[in-house]
Ligand binder design. Structure first.
Ligand code: AMP
Length: 428
């Protein structure tokens, strides 16, 4: 007989099984608390957006748009794309919902799945999760420092110690034009030694050559002029202020003169946060957080001129590193009560008792599908349960229930109407 085909999840896309779910929840909870403290409100945007939003927002010449988008045409003829990153969707929503009229800054955060057609490898998937923070409406460099601090705090609270913030300024539309010409003059003689992508980038967006991960390109860019030495006065002062604020906050940053980040919309500050290279798996996994200022994006996408700054962390990368460091996460609340029943009338009655316990927020495990008391007690024992409730025919007739303390074996019979009170007394 031919064996039946086994379905697999799509390449680079994974199920988040219950053990990993605990890590995901922990990360999300910390982000939620931090967002609340810093005054960020949650936003959910659709997983699909118009393809053009990313083409114009993320940028036509970026790897994301050129190579990594899952795009398709709907039955109605629209071109849509599974969101490869969060910022363009948030900005679209900001414009569409008239958030420009809200008091500034508008602080938004999000958490959810993102999609990029990447070559799957450690820390790089085709479906992954990000948590992002975006601050819209303020030009002041203190915002850049606060965004960096938020992500730094999240990673600290997750127990990471040796963190490195890499920082650069890529100027604005004015000083960047001048720098691009200087960079072009430097790169021109090396044209033929660059990788094919970079040769293309020379024409489309020369800045992106600085981002290339190919060794032969990195060897060339190592000697390239640094934008930081060619910033206009405003960008220079902005960056200087960001550094001063980071120092005030005692955040461990290092200048990374060729950090350009892959996206077209950044202006001025760009940053990445990683674990120090000597930590297990840190190098393979890469940056945990990436972000920067994007003062032109709202305008590019059709809104009013609005400065903004933000970033996003990669949940899967953080989970991998937490595991590599041997951090275990346990389910927050382990049940201490186990409800057993013997006989049909007890089974019926226990359905109601179970619901009463739920209403009182008492965590309880049931085994309604089991009939024998000994097999139910065995499960309770395996789970390390503290108190087992036993309901048999006799107890149902007398309107009573037995509470058995597993450690001592001590049993006590109590009236059914007192069960909640009796349990709460014991769990105190
Ligand atoms: P980016 O949107 O490229 O700036 O990425 C921000 C963060 O998301 C990175 O620092 C990673 O932690 C994470 N990330 C980006 N792309 C992927 C991917 N393909 N798989 C897993 N995590 C990713």
């Amino acid at each position: 007989m031919p064996s039946r085909e086994k379905f697999q999840s799509p390449t680079g896309m994974h199920d988040v099984l219950s053990d990993d779910e605990l890590y995901f929840q922990k990360i999300e909870k910390i982000c939620e608390n931090i967002a609340d403290f810093y005054g960020f409100k949650r936003i959910e945007t659709p997983i699909l957006e118009q393809t053009e939003l990313f083409e114009r927002g993320t940028g036509f010449s970026t790897d994301i748009v050129l190579k990594q988008m899952f795009s398709f045409r709907t039955r109605g003829g629209d071109y849509l794309t599974l969101r490869p990153e969060g910022t363009p969707g948030v900005v679209r929503s900001f414009i569409q919902n008239g958030m420009i009229n809200l008091p500034k800054p508008v602080k938004l955060w999000y958490s959810g799945p993102f999609f990029r057609y990447e070559r799957p490898q450690a820390g790089r998937f085709r479906q992954f999760h990000q948590v992002g923070f975006e601050n819209l409406g303020v030009k002041n460099p203190i915002v850049d420092a606060q965004i960096i601090q938020i992500f730094f705090n999240i990673l600290k609270e997750l127990g990471f110690k040796n963190l490195i913030i890499e920082l650069n300024s890529i100027g604005d539309s004015e000083c960047r034009g001048y720098y691009k010409r200087i960079l072009a003059t430097y790169l021109r003689p090396y044209q033929n030694s660059l990788c094919a992508d970079c040769r293309q980038r020379l024409k489309q967006n020369i800045f992106r050559v600085l981002d290339c991960k190919e060794e032969k390109c990195q060897k060339i860019t190592k000697g390239a002029p640094q934008i930081i030495n060619h910033l206009c006065e405003e960008c220079h002062n902005h960056f200087k202020n960001v550094l001063e604020y980071l120092e005030e906050l005692e955040l461990p940053y290092q200048l990374s003169p060729y950090l350009a980040r892959g996206l077209d919309y950044y202006t001025k500050t760009v940053f990445e946060i990683s674990l120090s290279e000597n930590e297990p798996m840190a190098k393979e996994i890469g940056a945990l957080v990436g972000g920067g200022r994007y003062d032109d994006l709202v305008k590019i996408l059709g809104g009013k001129d609005t400065p903004a700054c933000g970033g996003a962390l990669g949940v899967e990368r953080i989970v991998s590193l937490m595991k590599a460091k041997g951090k275990k996460i346990y389910s927050a609340e382990k049940p201490q009560i186990f409800l057993t029943q013997v006989g049909e009338s007890a089974k019926k009655k226990s359905l109601k008792i179970f619901e009463e316990l739920r209403k009182e927020k008492i965590k309880v495990v049931e085994t309604f599908h089991k009939d024998s008391l000994s097999s139910q007690i065995k499960i309770a024992d395996d789970l390390g349960i503290k108190y087992v409730l036993i309901l048999g025919q006799k107890e149902v007739l007398n309107n009573e229930i037995i509470i058995k303390e597993m450690e001592t074996g001590k049993q006590e019979t109590v009236k059914l109407e007192k069960i909640i009170k009796e349990i709460k007394k014991r769990l105190k």
